[in-house]
Each structure stands twice: as C-alpha cells, then as structure tokens.
Design a binder for this molecule. Structure first.
Ligand code: NAD
Ligand code: TYD
Length: 337
C-alpha cells in the first residue's frame, strides 16, 4: 500500500492519522480528500503541508465524479474513510447531513473504490453502533442497536461496507473506535469543549447526572489501531478499538479540572441529551490478537491533551469565535439559562 487516500483527513482523528502515517512510513503518499465542513480545518494539517508525500483535495465523498477523479489521478491503493458528520448532539438537532454523508457518502465512495479496484477499504466506525450496555463488553459479533441519528447513520455505512465485501468480494475492513481525545479535536466534543471553557472560566454543561460511562481512547492509539487493521486485519471483519479506560463523565471532568488547576464549581448539571446512551464498553481481544497495545496511560494522555489546548489557543480561539457560537447558543442557550 503506497498511495493512500484519507477521506475526512482534515478532521480530528483523520489529521492525526495523516501525521502518524507520514512519520511512521517513508515510502507512502497520502492524498487527503475532505469537504471542509465546519469540522474540517486545514490548520490541523499545517505541520505536514510542506511534505512532498502529502496532497490535499477538497471534495465531498458523495460526489461520484470528484471521487472517481481523485482515485484515478493518484492511483490509490487503499482508502481509509474518516469522512463523517461526527457529533451526536448535532445529529439530534438536524440529522439530514448525517444520512447524506455517513450513509450515502459511504455508498458512493465504496462504489467508486470497487470500480477502480482499490486494494483495500477501511471504514472508520464507532462503538456507538452497538448501542448502550449496562454490564460486560460488546464483542464484534453482537447485534448493532444504534440509538442516535449519528450512530444509526454510522451503522448504515458499516453495513454497506459489509455488503460490498460479501456481494462484490471487495477487500474491506471496519474499526469500531471508542471515545477519542487529544490534540486538534473540534471543541464541541466533551473534553475539548470543557477544557477550553474552563480555561476561560466558563460553565461546563454536564448532561443529566454526569454518571454516563465512556471508554476513553487517546488519538494516537486510535491511529495505531487503524494502521494495524489496515495492514493486518482480515477482509470482511470488524475490529473493536477501545481505550480500556472506562470513566464516568463527571470523574473525567474533575480530573481534567485538577490538571488545569480550575475549580469544580464550573461544573453545571444541565438537561440531559435525549436518548443518551448510559455506557459504552468494548472487548478488544480481537485487536490485541493482531498485536495492538496502548502507547501511554490515561492520566498521561489527559495531561498531554490539557497542555496542548493550553499551549495552542491560536488553534481553538478562531474556531470558537466562528460558526461555533451559533451552535453553542442553540445547543446550550436554554440549558444554561
Ligand atoms: P471530525 O468531525 O473531527 O472530522 C470529520 C471530517 O470529515 C472533517 O474534516 C469534515 O470536513 C469531513 N467531512 C464531513 N463530511 C464530508 C463529506 N461529505 N465528504 C468529505 N469529507 C467530509 O470527526 P472525527 O472525530 O475526526 O471522527 C472521524 C471518524 O471517526 C468519523 O467517521 C467518526 O464517526 C469516527 N469516530 C470518531 C470518534 C470520536 O470520538 N471522535 C470515535 C470513534 C469513531
Ligand atoms: P461526546 O464528546 O459528545 O461524545 P459521544 O456522545 O459520542 O460519546 O460526549 C461524551 C460524553 O459526554 C457523553 O456521555 C455526553 C457527555 N457530554 C456532556 O455531558 N456535556 C456536553 O456538553 C457534551 C458535548 C457531552
């Protein structure tokens, strides 16, 4: 696999993946294909922009002609698809774009990859496709019971990937990552929103009782897991990719505040998210069998993440003053009144 197309590569995990791959492999070319929605940001890729092995093309994965053009022009061997509408709260406010990108977009991308005989397709999916689990851990063969328009659209995308493998013999693999955190995460998700709000001494709107459980995965470990499945995963298979760091939301936030040296009084319990999944937890045995391990502890990863946002205000202040303000008002205005 020499020429890799990274769709959605200007977003949070995608841009970290591009950086990870360029530093790990010498003989690789990466073409990032990204629509640059509100979440796509070329600042995320600024530090690789001069690398001769990297190229950026703006476009939509649902645009068949454009996708075909990029696949042909770059002799793409493998596609890693990060492109998605990715935020649960936005999917509740307005599901439309989720169906267009996470379902229709995946279909168009898959279909063009089949026609262009791309050697391997990796679909970046999520643990949220399983729905919620009170006890125990989801295994890859468990039923998909998604509960939000976001997770339902991601499940739809995955099922199309599966069908292209079974029906057309396409070489495709799926990863199901858990809640990811680290540098360059759009500040609508829990950790970057709360870190940047706390830096500014603004309230931290915690949903419901704050006792929901998420399994926190450092972004570099998410990238190494995807790389491993891309190279060693078995065609037609899905792989859980969990952080093995289960925490109640309120505990994650208290720990973050301690690192930042800000008071817990910033935490403000607000009206819950509708359909809020109580707990996500994954059994990662299948991925470990391929040789995957974490690179650092949760405590270390959280410290590094907090420091990154403290040191990189240039990156997030721009975002928070733009489109974001309107969204924040819509999502939190009445909750915080
Ligand atoms: P993100 O929102 O930061 O980035 C998404 C990127 O996709 C953006 O650059 C955006 O411009 C691009 N995009 C959106 N629609 C597009 C379209 N139609 N065509 C081309 N590009 C388009 O998301 P993220 O947090 O980096 O997540 C990346 C992937 O990982 C998603 O598929 C998401 O479902 C999955 N995932 C995320 C997490 C998490 O915790 N963030 C966990 C598991 C899985
Ligand atoms: P989020 O980062 O949106 O990821 P996901 O919904 O995909 O798990 O949220 C993580 C957890 O934090 C989830 O249980 C919802 C909760 N949360 C809040 O309590 N307040 C917030 O403002 C946000 C964005 C999330």
């Amino acid at each position: 696999m020499k020429n890799i197309m990274v769709t959605g590569g200007a977003g949070f995990i995608g841009s970290n993946f591009v950086r990870y791959m360029l530093s790990k492999y010498d003989d690789i070319n990466i073409v990032v294909y990204d629509k640059l929605t509100y979440a796509g940001n070329l600042d995320n890729l600024e530090d690789v922009s001069q690398d001769m092995r990297y190229k950026f093309v703006r476009g939509d994965i649902a645009d068949r002609n454009a996708v075909a053009g990029v696949l042909a022009a770059n002799r793409v061997d493998a596609v890693v698809n990060f492109a998605a509408e990715s935020h649960v709260d936005r999917s509740i406010l307005d599901p439309d774009a989720f169906i267009k990108t996470d379902v229709m977009g995946v279909y168009v991308l898959l279909d063009e990859c089949r026609k262009h005989r791309v050697d391997r397709f990796l679909q970046v999916s999520t643990d949220e496709v399983y729905g919620t689990i009170e006890e125990g851990f989801f295994k890859e063969g468990d039923p998909l019971e998604p509960n939000s328009p976001y997770s339902a659209s991601k499940a739809g995308g995955e099922l199309l990937v599966r069908s292209y493998h079974v029906t057309y013999g396409m070489d495709a693999v799926i990863t199901r990552g858990s809640n990811t955190f680290g540098p360059y995460q759009y500040p609508e998700k829990l950790l970057p929103l709360f870190i940047t709000n706390a830096i500014d001494d603004q309230p931290l709107p915690l949903y419901g009782d704050g006792m929901q459980v998420r399994d926190w995965l450092y972004v570099e470990d998410h990238c190494s897991g995807i790389d491993l499945v891309l190279h060693k995963g078995k065609a037609g298979e899905a792989y859980n990719l969990g952080g093995e760091n289960e925490r109640h939301n309120i505990d994650v936030i208290k720990q973050m505040l301690a690192v930042l040296g800000k008071p817990e009084s910033l935490i403000t319990l607000v009206v819950d998210r509708p359909g809020h999944d109580r707990r996500y937890a994954l059994d990662n045995a299948k991925l470990h069998a391929l040789g995957w391990e974490h690179s650092r502890t949760f405590d270390k990863a959280l410290e590094q993440t907090v420091s990154w946002y403290v040191e990189n205000e240039w990156w997030w202040r721009k975002i928070k003053s733009g489109e974001f303000r309107e969204y924040y008002e819509r999502q939190y205005g009445s909750r915080l009144k």
